[in-house]
Design a protein around this ligand. Structure first.
Ligand SMILES: [Zn+2]
Length: 272
């Protein structure tokens, strides 16, 4: 049952064919469960392979580091991360799904999450023994000489969250925008608000890209695609676009709309 749950949560049709090796940057760790590559001097991307290149990101400041997501099943993730950074590590999750909050969360005494996703905790992370702490929208996580801004971006899940590094002009968005294949488990009005909010932030702070929850080196989220989702959401809500049937859709998402390089998987109940 758990395996079935895991399988329905990932965008296998899009990601499955794409090898992790397309990630550029120096390889700094390679193990059975995860490979870490360097994005820039103090930032790394880890690629798991249990669930279609599930991605985790390690973001380091001068005082501490943040680990964004924990992948699906990565043995000794705390020790692996300690090989890359000597700073104390704070674990945050982009959302509650188990390819982002897998068993490795147990190596960490605390996990920070958007409170709106606590609804998914009994299903997706029932056995976590550590303390669950809550993020707030707009909060700044100060890493020492580097800051991450917490931006709530509901849509994929009610508590989906993006972390923005304004100075570096990039962010980390988990599955919030889907990287071309969004699984929308909330509503189009929620998605519309989220995309408008993110588009304004990307414009205001020159954010070039958002590193996604399933990253294979070519699918960062762009403002263009976020804006495409604004148009799609507006058109769907106005009844102008209905999408196509998608009878075998994951998570009961039995319709799909595909435009502007974006696929949004949804259920007709999401049209509100
Ligand atoms: Zn997810």
């Amino acid at each position: 049952m758990l395996l079935i749950n895991l399988f329905i949560l990932v965008q296998v049709p899009v990601y499955a064919q794409v090898p992790v090796s397309q990630i550029e940057g120096k390889e700094v760790y390679k193990g059975d469960d995860v490979v870490f590559h360097q994005i820039d001097q103090h930032t790394w991307v880890g690629s798991g392979h249990v669930m279609a290149s599930e991605s985790l990101y390690l973001v380091e400041g001068s005082d501490k580091a943040v680990l964004i997501d924990a992948g699906t099943k990565i043995t000794d993730l705390d020790k692996i991360v300690a090989l890359i950074t000597k700073k104390p590590v704070m674990l945050v999750a982009t959302h509650v799904h188990p390819d982002h909050t897998g068993s490795a969360i147990d190596y960490f005494p605390e996990l920070y999450i958007n409170p709106a996703d606590t609804i998914g905790i009994p299903q997706f992370m029932p056995n976590y023994k550590g303390k669950i702490k809550f993020l707030t929208d707009g909060e700044i996580i100060d890493l020492g000489g580097r800051q991450l801004e917490v931006v709530f971006t509901p849509g994929h899940t009610p508590g989906s969250t993006t972390f923005i590094d304004k100075s570096a002009h990039y962010g980390f968005s988990g599955d919030s925008f889907g990287s071309g294949n969004l699984l929308l488990t909330t509503t189009f009005s929620t998605l519309l608000e989220t995309c408008k909010k993110m588009s304004a932030i990307m414009e205001g702070y020159n954010i070039d890209k958002l590193y996604p929850g399933h990253y294979f080196g070519i699918n960062e989220e762009t403002r263009k695609r976020v804006d495409g989702m604004i148009t799609i959401s507006t058109d769907v809500l106005a009844g102008k676009v209905k999408g196509d049937e998608n009878p075998n859709g994951m998570l009961g998402l039995n319709r799909i709309v595909s435009q502007y390089g974006v696929r949004i998987n949804f259920n007709e109940k999401a049209v509100k």
